[in-house]
Design a protein around this ligand. Structure first.
Ligand code: DGL
Length: 267
């Protein structure tokens, strides 16, 4: 493989995936692209969002000539993977809620799905549940407010605990020993922004829970679709945004990415 791994998200959520990739492949060259001009994706209309995702990913692929595109966004992957694969000549690895690994470990057979409003309602998500967790109760919690908190955190602002607790209340209710159903014991972090908040999530949870994200599965999948990950000095660490992001420069640097360049988007 010659080109870098290109990681794409609406915002900083893909950095949680970049972290998993670096743990597995410390020498691989990586570029990062985010569509911060359209953030958050979770509240956007499907057709316009699909066109936008394709336009931004094509521009980012043109700019950094990667060997593989990792769509490090559940909201984008559950909507636009087919469109992206039809347009791009390189492998495209998606990120979808980790329902299967969660079902493999849940003892109570009650799983929480914490994701954006779009992802919790998508047919793709329902198919994952039908295929891998049909014997489980799934409590779906749309927590778009946590995307905002994760973005703020990367910009150096401590997450707002009151706003986090308001978004998480339905999850805590379903985890309580006296809930109407058997309590949930496992939570799928079905948005790549949420692992960035894991220290707060684990601290705020009223009972110990299993937290499952897609990072390791994506890293394994990347190794399957490319033949070897090399370090490419020229491209490594390049970063692209669709709107100025000076507030994120320090946060991006902590994850090994350079000061962002603006991506030219025509649509
Ligand atoms: N990080 C994205 C995901 O995994 C969503 C954030 C957004 O709503 O833009 O779904």
């Amino acid at each position: 493989m010659k080109g870098p791994v290109l990681i794409f998200d609406s915002g900083v959520g893909g950095l949680s995936v970049a972290q998993s990739l670096r743990q597995h492949y410390p020498d691989a060259a990586m570029c990062y692209a985010c569509d911060n001009a359209w953030l958050p994706y979770g509240l956007r209309e499907d057709t316009a969002l699909t066109n936008r995702i394709v336009a931004v990913c094509c521009a980012a692929v043109e700019a950094c000539q990667p060997s593989v595109l990792v769509v490090a966004c559940n909201t984008a992957s559950t909507l636009a993977l087919e469109n992206l694969r039809a347009r791009l000549a390189i492998p495209v690895v998606g990120t979808v809620p980790a329902i299967k690994p969660a079902a493999a470990i849940s003892q109570t057979r009650h799983i929480g799905l914490l994701a954006t409003k779009a992802t919790v309602g998508r047919p793709y998500t329902q198919r994952l549940i039908d295929s891998f967790a049909s014997d489980c109760i799934i409590t779906r919690v749309a927590a778009d407010a946590l995307v905002v908190e994760a973005e703020a955190y990367l910009a150096g602002i401590t997450p707002n605990i009151g706003r986090m607790q308001a978004a998480l209340a339905p999850l805590w209710q379903a985890a309580a020993p006296l809930s109407a159903n058997v309590p949930l014991d496992t939570v799928v972090l079905g948005c790549t922004h949420f692992p960035l908040l894991k220290p707060w999530l684990t601290q705020l949870a009223p009972v110990p829970l299993h937290w499952v994200d897609s990072g390791d599965a994506i890293a394994r999948r990347v190794a399957q679709v490319v033949d070897g990950l090399n370090h490419s000095e020229q491209q490594d660490g390049r970063c692209f945004t669709t709107a100025p992001a000076t507030n994120l420069t320090a946060g991006l640097a902590r994850y090994g990415f350079q000061t962002p360049q603006l991506l030219p988007i025509t649509s």
